[in-house]
Write a protein that binds this ligand. Structure first.
Ligand code: NAP
Length: 484
C-alpha cells in the first residue's frame, strides 16, 4: 500500500538553532524526506538561523556533508538532494542581538505561509518571540513551533505561555511533543474511535488495568547535565507519557479537530488523582555489566535525580473509576520499547471450568520498535484432545500489513512539520494542557524533594528496581516483560 502525498501550500520555514543537534538530526532530514516524497511545493524555502557564521552557499555545503550522515543511503538521491539544498538559505542571527533580523525579514514572503521553528534552548524563546514581533514577523497567519521542554514546572510553563501569548495567539503556537506524531500514537485514536469493537468495552467495567511503558537502553551520558536537572518525570512523564495516557483515557471528541481533541485530553489530565507516595517508585541505574552508573554519567555523586520511575495513577471519571493506570519509564533498561497494554477483565464465569489456558484478553499497542497491535484471545487448542483452551495472538505489524506505506512511519517530525504548514494543531499541545500536566506532576516532585530520599538502584539491562515490580505484584498484577 503506497501512502498518498498531498503537497502543502507554499511556505517559508525559518529554523532558529539550525546548526544544532535537533535541526541536523531530525528537522532537516524530515524536510528532505518530505521533499523526496513530493510534498514540498516548488518555491518552498527553508531558512536556517543561528549565531554561526555561514552564508547561504557555505551552509548548503555543510548540509550536503551532514545530511549524508543523517539520511539513510537508500534515500540519498543526487537530484533530490540538489533540489532540497536549493531551497535552503541562511541568516546569521544572535537571537539576543540586533543584527540579522532585517535581512531575515526581507527574505520572508508575505504570500507564503510563514513558520518559525524555535529549535534553540528554552531560555531564548522569550527573546525570539520579542524580536519576531519587533521586526514585524508575527503576522496573524504565521506559526511558531516550540520544542520541549515546555517549562520546568507549573510556574515556569505559565511564564513561558504568557511570554508567547504577548506576541502570538494560541492558534499560532505549535508545542511539539514528537510522540504525538508517531504513526501508532495516532492509530490509538483510529483504533478506538474508528471501530465499534473496542469502545463499548473501553471502561472500568471491562478493563482491569492499563500499562504504559517507555523503556530505553541508552543512559544519559552526553546529556547528563540537562538530564540531571530534569529526571524521568520531567523528561518523559509530564509530556510523552501524559499524552499517551490522555489518548487512551479520553472520551470521544465530537470531531477529529484540534480543540475538540485537546479539550478531551485536558479533561483526562484534570481528572487525574494526586498520586499517593506509596504508588511511586523512583530508580537510578547503578554500575554493572560494563556500564557506568547514572552518578558517573552525570558527574554528580550526590544526585537524587531518577533515571526510572513507575507510577500507579487513577483517573477519577465516570469511565475509569477503579481502573488503575500503571506508568513506567527508564533508561538503561533491558530493551528499547514503548507500548501500551490494555488488560481486560476475566469473563464473569468460565463455562469450561478452571482452565490454565484461559487468560484475560490483552490488547498491546506497540509504538516502537516494530509498530503494531497485538490482541491476545483465547481459542480451543486444535486437535481431538477435548476442550483445552490456549491463548493466541492476533498480531498486526504495521510494517507487514502496510508494506511500502509503512515507510512513512519512519519519523514523527515529518508529519508534525507538515501539520504546522497545513495549520493543523490537533497533534500539538495546547497551553492549558501543558499547565495541567505540570499541575499534576509538580506535587509528585515536591513530595520527594521534601523527603530527600535516594532513588532505588537497579542494574543496567534489567527492567528497573524491585519495588517497581512490587507496585503491581501487591495488586495481584504483573508488568509485561520489557523485551524488544
Ligand atoms: P543544540 O545542539 O545545543 O543547538 C542549539 C542551537 O541554538 C544551535 O544551532 C546554536 O547555534 C543555536 N543558538 C544558541 N544560542 C543562540 C543564540 N543566542 N542565537 C541564535 N542561535 C543560538 O540544541 P538541540 O539539541 O538542537 O536542541 C534545541 C532545542 O530542542 C532545545 O530546546 C532542546 O531542549 C529541544 N530538543 C532537542 C532534542 C534533541 O534530540 N536534540 C529533542 C527534543 C527537544 P549557534 O551556536 O551557531 O548559535
Amino acid at each position: 500500500m503506497v501512502s498518498r502525498v498531498i503537497p502543502v501550500d507554499l511556505f517559508d520555514l525559518v529554523i532558529f538553532g539550525a546548526t544544532g543537534d535537533l535541526a541536523m538530526r531530525k528537522i532537516l532530514p524530515a524536510l528532505y524526506r518530505r521533499d523526496l516524497a513530493g510534498q514540498l511545493p516548488d518555491g518552498a524555502r527553508i531558512i536556517g538561523a543561528a549565531r554561526s557564521d555561514f552564508t547561504d552557499a557555505s551552509w548548503r555545503d555543510e548540509l550536503r556533508r551532514d545530511l549524508a550522515d543523517c539520511v539513510p543511503a537508500s534515500l540519498q538521491e543526487a537530484g533530490a538532494l540538489d533540489r532540497f539544498l536549493n531551497r535552503l538559505g541562511y541568516v546569521p542571527i544572535d537571537v539576543r542581538g540586533e543584527d540579522g533580523w532585517r535581512d531575515l525579514a526581507a527574505r520572508i514572503r508575505p504570500k507564503a505561509i510563514q513558520a518559525y521553528y524555535f529549535s534553540v534552548g528554552p531560555d531564548l524563546f522569550g527573546d525570539l518571540a520579542r524580536n519576531l514581533h519587533a521586526h514585524g514577523m508575527n503576522s496573524e497567519t504565521c506559526r511558531i513551533v516550540v520544542e520541549k521542554p515546555f517549562g520546568h514546572d507549573l510556574s515556569s510553563a505559565r511564564a513561558l505561555n504568557a511570554t508567547l501569548a504577548a506576541h502570538f495567539h494560541e492558534h499560532q503556537v505549535y508545542r511539539i511533543d514528537h510522540y504525538l506524531g508517531k504513526e501508532t500514537v495516532q492509530n490509538l485514536m483510529a483504533v478506538r474511535f474508528g471501530n465499534m469493537l473496542f469502545e463499548p468495552l473501553w471502561n472500568a467495567q471491562y478493563v482491569d488495568h492499563i500499562q504504559i511503558t517507555v523503556a530505553e537502553t541508552v543512559g544519559v551520558a552526553g546529556r547528563g547535565e540537562y538530564y540531571d536537572k530534569s529526571g524521568a518525570v520531567r523528561d518523559m512523564v509530564q509530556n510523552h507519557m501524559m499524552q499517551l495516557l490522555c489518548l487512551i483515557a479520553m472520551e470521544p471528541p465530537y470531531a477529529f479537530e484540534p480543540d475538540a481533541v485537546r479539550d478531551e485530553k485536558l479533561k483526562v489530565i484534570r481528572a487525574l488523582d494526586p498520586v499517593a507516595p506509596d504508588d511511586i517508585v523512583r530508580g537510578q541505574y547503578g554500575a554493572a555489566n560494563g556500564f557506568a552508573s547514572y552518578l558517573e554519567d552525570v558527574g554528580n555523586p550526590d544526585s537524587h535525580t531518577e533515571s526510572f520511575i513507575a507510577i500507579k495513577a487513577h483517573v477519577s471519571s465516570w469511565r475509569w473509576k477503579g481502573t488503575p493506570f500503571y506508568l513506567r519509564t527508564g533508561k538503561r533498561l533491558r530493551a528499547r520499547t514503548s507500548e501500551i497494554v490494555v488488560t481486560f477483565k476475566d469473563p464473569p464465569h468460565s463455562i469450561f471450568g478452571p482452565q490454565e489456558g484461559q487468560k484475560s484478553n490483552v490488547l498491546a499497542i506497540r509504538l516502537q520498535p516494530n509498530e503494531g497491535i497485538k490482541l491476545k484471545v483465547t481459542i480451543k487448542e486444535p486437535g481431538p484432545g477435548g476442550m483445552r483452551l490456549i491463548e493466541v495472538p492476533l498480531d498486526m505489524s504495521f510494517a507487514e500489513a502496510l508494506g511500502e506505506g509503512a515507510r512513512d512511519i519512519a519519523d514523527a517530525y515529518e508529519r508534525l512539520i507538515m501539520d504546522v504548514i497545513r495549520g493543523n494543531q490537533t497533534l500539538f499541545m495546547r497551553g492549558d494542557e501543558v499547565e495541567a500536566a505540570w499541575a499534576w506532576t509538580d506535587p509528585i516532585i515536591a513530595a520527594w524533594d521534601a523527603r530527600e530520599d535516594r532513588p532505588q538502584l537497579y542494574d543496567p539491562g534489567s527492567s528497573g528496581p524491585e519495588d517497581a515490580l512490587m507496585l503491581m505484584h501487591r495488586d495481584g498484577r504483573r508488568w509485561r516483560e520489557v523485551k524488544p
